[in-house]
Ligand binder design. Structure first.
Ligand SMILES: [Zn+2]
Length: 199
């Protein structure tokens, strides 16, 4: 049986090498979490390079990355092309199973409802999040789909890992994009779309 833990916010703790989750008694190494979040951020940078909202994700099993993904929604013209779903597809291929038990997902932005649903469906053990998304996140912001008592699986959540780095990368992306569009004199509807996507 899986232990359900409440989110551990690194920002509210002193900077220590490891964080012990009181509810589960499980300790996670902060430097390991940061190491893999950096890999997720590298994925987000790939998305930025092709003009996509920069969100990146890696999935780790037994200290090995088995799936990577970055947002490619515009490029693929497909709403299913979120970083998390791409990484889940790849990890499932490596595991040879739809179940991703024993796996941890590292993602630069709190998952949306679609991805949070897929994470529960995949029976992922744990999700580590850099920045929260107050207007779209479903790992505690709007809803916490990852830890609903009513579902048959609950996911451990750790938040705030490399939060500053990941959220400033995301907001800088939008600042640059706005500047570029302004320079190109693009206004009106496109501007509105950007506002919505930033949320
Ligand atoms: Zn998503």
């Amino acid at each position: 049986m899986k232990t359900v833990n409440s989110p551990t916010d690194y920002l509210s703790n002193d900077i220590n090498v490891s964080v012990t989750d009181i509810a589960g008694g499980i300790s996670y190494d902060r430097s390991t979490d940061e190491k893999y979040m950096k890999k997720a951020l590298q994925q987000a940078k790939k998305a930025a390079k092709i003009g996509e909202v920069p969100i990146g994700c890696v999935i780790v099993y037994e200290d090995k990355i088995i799936g990577r993904g970055y947002n490619r929604r515009k490029k693929d013209k497909n709403t299913l092309s979120h970083a998390e779903l791409i990484a889940i597809r790849k990890a499932s291929r490596v595991m040879g199973d739809w179940r991703l038990e024993g796996c941890t997902m590292y993602v630069t932005l709190e998952p949306c409802q679609m991805c949070a649903g897929a994470i529960v469906q995949a029976r992922m053990d744990r999700v580590v999040i850099a920045a929260m998304s107050p207007k779209s996140g479903c790992a505690g912001s709007i809803l916490n789909l990852l830890q609903m008592d009513e579902f048959n699986h609950r996911v451990e959540i750790t938040t705030g890992v490399l939060e500053k780095e990941c959220s400033s990368f995301l907001s800088n992306f939008f600042v640059d994009l706005r500047k570029r569009l302004k320079a190109e004199n693009v206004t009106g509807e496109t501007g509105m779309v950007l506002e919505n996507e930033a949320e």
